[in-house]
Design a protein. Structure first.
Length: 494
């Protein structure tokens, strides 16, 4: 955790705090080891404590742990210096509400009152009911302890507190639902029928207050949940319409809805990828990257969706460009293990596509090996109908690519059990059929004269499937079948 924290906070402090190095030098009394670690992390990121200690000259592991921990304490002290007083940003409002509580603890009632009034006005201007409520409660404390004839003032704050509590409760409920949904998605990329029914109910519950609650976070959470419901239901046209509605809402609040604008363009792009509207999707991708700050989570998410867009469009050059831009960025290492594993899995499909077509692999691109690839998948091992299934098929194609078809034949029974147990529940019919096709080819010894006729029937069946839920096809199943057939041709004929 020490290195990941330094990866995040050291360059952020260096970028946003004026004279940051001088301030740090004052706090740590110019301790050379602390300054050396700070300077190093301005331009470097590391995956582990050992790697960081080795990279800094004359810095052993024990010294790095000791002085790195001290540096982190000083950087925590400097975090408030990134925030402009009375700024319109959410960070400034959060900071002021926290400052009010600290001032209250030191009995600085008059000062805390001034800060709370400012925080309340800015929170209300940004439709942040929960933050406004925090400020009002602080004003109530100040009014109750300052004394004097303040009955009318306290009564007004009391009524405001009741009103904001109702708003904040509704807002918090939407936030809790959004967090729960985000956690589920971090484990499983594809939802089952029960989950879809749950999302449908949550979407309907939240929709009841749309336009009635003057709260940006509430609307933001609603658009997050509702888009996930429509998209997960494979209702891509409805998902697109929902995202357009969210964009109209966000564009009326550009000062504090920038993240929603980025996410909405990203979602519009994703819908276009699934609807095969590639040119339109590219426009939305450009907008998403335009509004998103480079190196942020939203920026990486936009690149990921752009990768799907170009892979489905068959534009391997653009897909490779995006893959390298994301995975070679210095902040890639700061992403969660799940996100980095996602990039590892989806990158395999580009590698396979290039290799199957007999095209050269870019020098900077990782070399995928079947056995290592399958062993490296850990986070999504329980997402059987989603990324785990996509990784399984990629692993089979890599094994095929390496000329080890006998290993695939040996696994037919195990793969059939996987298909029956995890893919035949009705919500991943295309993935189930795709694996069935591959197993049919394996049983035929990958001899076209034995599997060809049946393969034609399967292709027709695959094209006729109308999914009732989103399936994690990094590229359409029809294109994967093409890879399978390409791998059976001499390299010169591909």
């Amino acid at each position: 955790m020490l290195v990941k924290s330094l990866n995040e906070i050291a360059p952020l402090i260096g970028e946003r705090v004026p004279e940051a190095r001088k301030i740090l030098g004052f706090l740590c009394k110019g301790k050379l080891e602390i300054m050396a670690i700070y300077d190093h992390f301005q331009d470097h990121v590391h995956p582990s404590v050992e790697a960081a200690a080795e990279a800094i000259p004359d810095m052993g592991l024990t010294s790095f742990k000791k002085y790195g921990a001290k540096l982190l304490v000083y950087l925590r002290q400097m975090v408030p210096m990134m925030i402009e007083p009375d700024d319109d940003s959410i960070e400034s409002i959060i900071y002021d509400n926290a400052l009010v509580k600290i001032l209250d603890a030191f009995r600085c009632r008059h000062t805390s009152r001034i800060v709370a009034e400012s925080a309340y006005e800015r929170a209300m201007a940004q439709e942040q009911a929960a933050f406004a409520l925090d400020a009002v409660k602080s004003l109530m404390r100040c009014t109750a302890t300052l004394g004097g004839n303040r009955k009318k003032e306290f009564q007004e704050l009391w009524e405001l507190n009741k009103q904001l509590t109702e708003f904040a409760t509704v807002q918090q409920k939407s936030y809790d639902m959004t967090l729960e949904n985000a956690f589920y998605k971090s484990i499983k990329k594809v939802v089952d029928k029960e989950r879809l029914q749950y999302l449908k109910k949550v979407e309907a519950d939240l929709k009841l207050h749309i336009g009635k609650v003057d709260s940006f976070p509430y609307h933001n959470n609603y658009y997050n949940i509702s888009f996930d419901y429509y998209f997960s239901s494979a209702s891509y046209e409805n998902a697109y319409t929902n995202a357009k509605e969210a964009l109209l809402y966000a564009e009326k609040r550009p000062k504090y809805a920038s993240d929603l604008i980025v996410l909405t363009y990203l979602r519009l792009c994703y819908c276009c990828a699934m609807l095969a509207q590639y040119e339109k999707g590219e426009h939305h991708l450009t907008q998403s990257l335009k509004y998103g700050e480079v190196g942020t989570i939203n920026w990486f998410s936009s690149l990921e969706v752009g990768y799907y867009l170009y892979m489905r469009a068959g534009n391997t050059e653009k897909a490779a460009e995006i893959y390298l831009k994301a995975t070679r960025h210095k902040k890639f290492i700061n992403l969660s293990d799940a996100t980095r594993e996602t990039w590892y899995i989806i990158g395999a499909y580009l590698y396979i596509r290039l290799a199957a077509a007999g095209k050269p692999i870019l020098k900077q691109f990782p070399v995928y090996k079947a056995t290592k690839f399958q062993n490296d998948i850990s986070h999504y091992q329980f997402d059987k109908g989603g990324l785990n299934a996509a990784a399984l098929i990629a692993g089979l194609l890599l094994t095929h690519l390496e000329g080890q078809k006998d290993k695939i034949v040996d696994r037919i029974d195990a793969l059939e059990k996987y298909r029956e147990r995890y893919l035949l529940e009705g919500h991943t019919p295309r993935t189930a059929l795709l694996l069935k096709i591959y197993l049919h080819m394996a049983r035929s010894g990958f001899q076209r004269r034995l599997y060809g006729e049946k393969l034609t029937e399967y292709k027709t069946e695959l094209a006729a499937i109308t999914p009732e839920s989103f399936e994690w096809e990094i590229i359409p199943g029809e294109q994967i079948i093409e890879f399978m057939e390409q791998l059976e041709q001499p390299l010169a004929a591909r």
